[in-house]
Write a protein that binds this ligand. Structure first.
Ligand code: ADP
Ligand code: MG
Length: 275
């Protein structure tokens, strides 16, 4: 058992079913068949878990393998090691995971409502039930009035809300989010962070949130996984966020919030100083 796994067990008791489990997960690219030495190892060895209803943030600088790891969990890239979602080994994409990317990836010719039902359509859900699910998800992200609008009529922040609604409408137990607010201006970003916090109170989802922003990780997550510098990254540390939920709007000025941000900042400074 690795160090990181040992640290991890403090949060998981026997009665809690785990939402996501990674044991010695690696992600590598390129290299021909049988030519393992040519492969570029983005992530060498990552082990951590996500409990039910827990939100875990992954942080680390650009290129350390955050997206690679999340894509492996999504079943979009090959990996080595053991990777489970709700107890099931990951073998390609599946309906138990929803994905929200950095860039809004909406279909321009579809209305907000029909973008939100899209995933359910692909799955063959009946029209009435997918419309109901989409309407509920759009209400959750505050876009009910815009369900008949087209993406180009919406701001970047609103488009990203539709992305969230689309993931929520399919109602997967696990949400995977890759820097979903990175392309937004600071004010919109703060708005959506607060919204995600309250959505998290209302749903029973489990999730992983990738970001390179320390304060965003602390604000949103129950625990923060710090990746070491890439290539060949691994889990350098897992930090508990000592902020109970629901988190109030002014949690950003809570001394515990500020202390955790400072702790992570000095950790990251130390990890990334050399080289
Ligand atoms: P992060 O999301 O932390 O910025 P990535 O997971 O995107 O990091 O990338 C990790 C490393 O893997 C980088 O060096 C990147 O260039 C490389 N990489 C990512 N995707 C691919 C790919 N499809 N093919 C080859 N190398 C890749
Ligand atoms: Mg990335």
């Amino acid at each position: 058992m690795s160090q990181t796994e040992q640290r991890d067990t403090s949060r998981t008791d026997d009665t809690t079913e785990l939402a996501v489990e990674l044991r010695n997960v690696g992600v590598a690219y390129g290299g021909g068949r049988g030519r393992r030495s040519d492969r570029f190892v983005a992530v060498a060895d990552a082990s951590f878990t996500v409990g039910r209803n827990e939100l875990v943030a992954i942080i680390g600088p650009s290129g350390c393998g955050k997206s690679s790891l999340l894509s492996a969990i999504a079943g979009l890239v090959p990996f080595t090691g053991d990777l489970r979602v709700i107890g099931e080994p990951v073998d390609g994409p599946g309906v138990n995971r929803g994905f929200v990317f950095q860039a809004a990836s909406l279909l321009p010719w579809r209305t907000v409502l029909r973008n939100t039902t899209y995933g359910l359509e692909l799955r063959g859900a009946p029209r009435a039930s997918r419309t109901r699910a989409a309407e509920q998800a759009l209400a959750l992200v505050g876009l009910t009035e815009f369900q008949d609008s087209y993406p180009k009529q919406l701001s970047g922040g609103m488009q990203q809300r539709v992305n969230f609604a689309r993931a929520l409408a399919a109602d997967p137990p696990v949400l995977l989010m890759d820097e979903p607010f990175a392309a937004l201006d600071a004010q919109t970003r703060e708005h959506l962070q607060t919204e995600l916090l309250s959505i998290w109170e209302l749903t029973d989802k489990s999730g992983i949130f990738v970001t390179h922003q320390i304060d965003e990780a602390v604000l949103l997550a129950d625990r923060v996984v710090v990746l070491s510098r890439g290539p060949r990254s691994s889990v350098a540390r897992i930090i508990d966020v000592p902020l109970p939920r629901p988190r109030p709007a002014d949690v950003r000025s809570d001394p515990k919030f500020l202390r955790t941000v400072a702790e992570l900042r000095s950790l990251l400074d130390a990890f990334y100083q050399e080289g």
